[in-house]
Ligand binder design. Structure first.
Ligand code: TXA
Ligand code: MG
Length: 323
């Protein structure tokens, strides 16, 4: 069942149930972060391995601070600047956050999401919400209540319907190395350049399966079922499309007047009619999901420039293409 009833959602969560919540990035699959049994049910519903830790969603920075054992100054500055918003901070946790939330790590991810319905829900609740993205493990994250319904309807108690997620990509994850340096663990809704404006130069530790720093960031994350190919340029994608009978195409902006779509391209998704990265990010996951239903031989996607939000977009394209 889905709807906009935050009081109903709060009642389910107090009883240890699961509720999908809208956020500005993607939808989350939430449970009481202080209730180990409820949190275990998130892992079951998603078929998520227990070594992949969850993010703790708080109503404000003060609540996050009450569950963080330490909140270093540079991390505080980032929280002040970007919360509520698409930023997750990895901080040492207090024992009030059960180990199942952090997959046994001494630290947990904290974030204040920026969505009116979910903020209202968090205000109503006495506890923070543990929530990963509300998709079966390994698949593309959901950016609408319908996406959640498509895949998890039978496994959760309620979907709080907050419309389409305006950012469309998961939060940027920021941690701190032992020597105090700030590091980026996942590209996301806040560009690295904006983080550096607040804390100075950062270290990039964006994970692949090989990295021990950010468990759960496996290469095949965000993968659709169809063969997914990332192309460096539009021309490369158009040339490649000629070798298929039926394919889908994703481009960040509309086709220039001098280019022609090969007949094999049976569905073309333009992520941003105006060619803006934030709009492209917003529409990316919905485009992948939609083409994945099309039974194409392949989905071809054209990269964007590797700067600003473009880094997060390209990161998700690369992961979607991992076989
Ligand atoms: O935008 C988002 O962050 C969304 C919405 C729902 O808030 N959530 C999300 O959660 O993307 P999820 O579970 O799909 O990704 C959480 C990732 C984990 O895979 C892991 O890489 C990282 O956060 N993480 C969580 N706790 C961590 C910790 N203690 N140390 C390092 N990485 C951690
Ligand atoms: Mg996820």
């Amino acid at each position: 069942m889905k709807g906009k009833d935050t009081s109903y959602a709060a009642r389910i969560l107090r009883e240890g149930g699961l509720v999908a919540i809208p956020t500005e990035t993607v939808y989350g699959l939430a449970a009481n972060a202080l209730d180990s049994q409820a949190v275990l049910n998130i892992f079951k519903a998603k078929n998520r391995p227990s070594f992949d830790p969850l993010i703790v969603h708080c109503r404000n920075a003060a609540q996050a601070e009450s569950y963080a054992a330490v909140f270093p100054e540079p991390m505080k500055k980032l929280a002040e600047k970007f919360w509520p918003g698409p930023l997750t901070l990895i901080l040492p946790k207090t024992s009030a956050i059960p180990d199942v939330v952090s997959s046994g790590l001494p630290s947990a991810g904290f974030r204040v999401p920026n969505h009116p319905l979910t903020l209202a829900l968090l205000q109503e609740l006495e506890f923070p919400l543990a929530a990963p993205s509300a998709n079966p493990f390994g698949y593309v994250s959901p950016t609408s209540a319908e996406h959640v319904e498509d895949q998890l309807k039978d496994k959760i108690d309620y979907i709080l319907d907050g419309g389409s997620s305006p950012v469309g990509l998961e939060s940027t994850i920021v941690g701190q190395l032992e020597d105090g340096q700030i590091c980026i663990l996942r590209y996301g809704g806040i560009p690295v350049e904006q983080i550096e404006e607040v804390v100075g130069p950062v270290v990039l530790r964006v994970a692949s399966s090989a990295s021990p720093l950010s468990p759960g960031q496996l290469d095949q994350h965000y993968a659709p079922h169809s063969t997914f190919i990332v192309c460096q340029t539009l021309q490369q994608a158009l040339d490649m499309a000629e070798s298929y009978q039926r394919c889908g195409l994703i481009t960040p902006s509309p086709l220039p007047a001098d280019k022609v779509l090969p007949a094999s391209v049976q569905s073309h998704k333009v992520l941003s009619p105006s060619g803006h990265l934030d709009e492209a990010a917003q529409h990316l996951f919905a485009a992948i999901r939609s083409l994945d239903k099309g039974d194409f031989e392949a989905i071809l996607a054209v990269k964007v420039a590797d700067e600003g939000l473009g880094r997060a977009i390209n990161d998700r394209l690369r992961r979607a293409s991992h076989l």
